[in-house]
Design a protein around this ligand. Structure first.
Ligand SMILES: *[C@@H]1O[C@H](CO)[C@@H](O)[C@H](O)[C@H]1NC(C)=O
Ligand SMILES: *[C@@H]1O[C@H](CO)[C@@H](O)[C@H](O)[C@H]1NC(C)=O
Ligand SMILES: *[C@@H]1O[C@H](CO)[C@@H](O)[C@H](O)[C@H]1NC(C)=O
Ligand SMILES: *[C@@H]1O[C@H](CO)[C@@H](O)[C@H](O)[C@H]1NC(C)=O
Length: 215
């Protein structure tokens, strides 16, 4: 499947090679030098139905009242996450540190999710049918605007917030740049540490993770 070069977009296609296979792998695009763009770090022109210069960007259509994507976002794949949010008990007052997580996913890919620091998390994914590695999804929360969360709308305060996150994909994964986390159960940050200092408090959680490309 390719993004059509409509007459109006033709000039942009010729000038910027903006029309490319939607399902080109992240590696293809990384090699094309657009990896930063995919990571959501730059304002990208929209590519369909209007000259790029006048089309509102995905970024401009995101708002802070909904975690969900604007209509122009293209859904790529869905994962169902199941694991624990884990919180370190730190300091003399046993406050909890930043949320980390350990999770596995079912759905489009079998992934193993973990954090390598309080700010950077990875999902290492494989094909559920063959077990072959397909690539890595990266959430870097230090990227400006990478995190927007809102309380779970079901009103259950034990459920961790819903959220929209900027992500990047590599390997043979589709070139996604946004994740929407919703339908969360559990995972909420504990009020206080009940574990000794330096130990983990583990809170089981599940969530639906929808990945999108939106330029
Ligand atoms: C925010 O974005 C969502 C998703 O695109 C949309 O449904 C909602 O109407 C928007 N809200 C505002 C206030 O623009
Ligand atoms: C999550 O994983 C746990 C442990 O493997 C399992 O008992 C539970 O049924 C799973 N929950 C969901 C919703 O898949
Ligand atoms: C908590 O999460 C971190 C980062 O993902 C992981 O390294 C650590 O093993 C986890 N701790 C436990 C007890 O699961
Ligand atoms: C999310 O939750 C709603 C309400 O329970 C449910 O109708 C919907 O199927 C869920 N979505 C997914 C993808 O599981």
């Amino acid at each position: 499947m390719t993004t059509p070069c409509t007459p109006l977009a033709l000039l942009a296609c010729l000038l910027g090679a903006l029309c490319r296979p939607v399902h080109a792998s992240a590696r293809d695009l990384q090699q094309a030098g657009e990896y930063d763009l995919l990571a959501g770090m730059g304002a990208a022109p929209a590519i369909e139905e209007a000259p790029a210069a006048e089309a509102p960007s995905c970024q401009s259509q995101l708002n802070y009242s909904s975690v969900f994507m604007p209509p122009q976002a293209q859904f790529a794949f869905r994962l169902y996450a199941n694991g624990t949010r884990n919180y370190t008990c730190q300091s003399a007052t046993l406050s909890v540190g930043p949320a980390m997580a350990l999770l596995t996913t079912t759905g489009a890919y079998s992934c193993h999710g973990f954090f390598v620091s309080p700010f950077v998390g990875y999902n290492i994914c494989s094909d559920p049918a063959t077990g072959q590695p397909v690539g890595k999804l990266t959430l870097d929360t230090t990227v400006p605007g990478a995190v927007f969360v809102a309380p779970a709308p079901d009103g259950n305060v034990d459920n961790e917030p819903w959220g929209r996150f900027k992500v990047a994909a590599d390997g043979n994964l589709p070139p996604v740049n946004y994740l929407v986390r919703y339908n969360t159960t559990g995972g909420k940050r504990p009020e206080q540490c009940t574990a000794p200092r330096g130990e983990w408090v583990l809170v089981p959680f599940t969530a639906v993770l929808d990945y999108y490309i939106c330029l």
